[in-house]
Write a protein that binds this ligand. Structure first.
Ligand SMILES: Nc1nc2c(ncn2[C@@H]2O[C@H](COP(=O)(O)OP(=O)(O)OP(=O)(O)O)[C@@H](O)[C@H]2O)c(=O)[nH]1
Ligand SMILES: [Mg+2]
Ligand SMILES: [Zn+2]
Length: 290
């Protein structure tokens, strides 16, 4: 039989089959030996026999992300807050290029616009050309949700980003669900995420949405440093004009990207964080066999 993993907790996976039935299964030892870890979103083969229910194979993935850990999604809704917690732009950049690298379409959502109108505008301006869609919303005041719902309609999409930015609240407001959300004060007391596991939910329009626990640090997957520049859509219109074909837009003379930054065509913050991330990739690339 074949189905799709919609949830995974402690080595048990919930698989939804074509008929809409759910099965709770474990991965066969064979898969573990092959280091094939099933991910939520995976299409899998499985067998159901008496006392012998196993996931026996993972079908080829269209894509997969490490954080949040999910396979076969069309879009990642990278959520940041214009209020509390303050948006971590370096983390946002990592999620953005991580999406591009994994062939997942990134959508940026600036939530809590009600808490910081000015800040929401600032973030939106900085990321104007960085994602495949940009929405300034307030889940609390139900502002901007119609446009976002429209953009996500019929797709398999995951929400990702820092803890407490309002991912679960947004999903509830968009789709009339009742996922658990948490105030910041409870969160500090518990010192934990409100959302604990990742779960794919079927929507009436044929799409699926995945809520995920937020995180505050993100280790990017290893990317060849030279490749990083290709994951910044803002660079595309100008980079063919750099003096050197191998220009990484860092310290080289005759760099059109740097010129575009000076001219205000490329956001300076995005560029400066690119340089930080490039140095980091270079460092890790050199140390990769240590
Ligand atoms: N002011 C304001 N508060 C919001 C908004 N959206 C969510 N919140 C609040 O922010 C807090 C966190 O919301 P959650 O939806 O639990 O956040 P989350 O991103 O799912 O957090 P984790 O599950 O821990 O990753 C809750 O108290 C929400 O009521 C908004 O648009 N404006
Ligand atoms: Mg949540
Ligand atoms: Zn350059």
């Amino acid at each position: 039989m074949e189905g799709r993993i919609i949830k995974g907790i402690g080595g048990f996976y919930t698989v939804l089959d074509a008929a809409g039935c759910q099965h709770t299964l474990r991965a066969q030892a064979k898969l573990r030996r092959q280091r094939m870890t099933p991910l939520v979103g995976d299409r899998v083969r499985f067998t159901i026999e008496e006392d012998n229910n196993w996931i026996t194979g993972i079908l080829p993935r269209k894509n997969c992300l490490v954080r949040p850990p999910v396979a076969n999604v069309d879009k990642l809704v990278i959520t940041v807050s214009a209020g509390t917690p303050k948006a971590d732009l370096l983390l946002t950049d990592r999620l953005l290029f991580g999406c591009r690298h994994a062939a997942v379409s990134p959508i940026l959502v600036v939530n809590k616009a009600d808490e910081g109108e000015e800040e929401a505008r600032r973030i939106a301006q900085c990321y104007r050309d960085a994602s495949d869609g940009l929405f300034v919303v307030s889940a609390l005041e139900e502002q901007g949700l119609e446009e976002l719902r429209e953009a996500l309609s019929g797709t398999v999409h995951a929400f990702g980003g820092q803890s407490g930015v309002g991912k679960s609240t947004l999903i509830n407001r968009l789709y009339g669900l009742t996922l658990t959300t948490g105030a910041l004060s409870d969160r500090i007391e518990r010192g934990k995420n409100t959302t604990r596991h990742i779960e794919l939910i079927c929507l009436p329009d044929g799409g699926m949405v995945l809520d995920t626990p937020g995180f505050n640090v993100l280790e990017s997957g290893l990317i060849e440093p030279l490749q990083l520049r290709t994951l910044y859509p803002e660079f595309l219109p100008v980079e063919g004009g750099c003096r050197f074909e191998t220009c990484v837009h860092n310290k080289e003379p005759g760099c059109m990207v740097k010129r575009a930054v000076v001219a205000g065509e490329i956001d300076r913050g995005r560029y400066e964080r690119y340089c930080i991330l490039y140095e980091e990739m270079l460092q890790r690339w050199r140390e990769r066999y240590d």
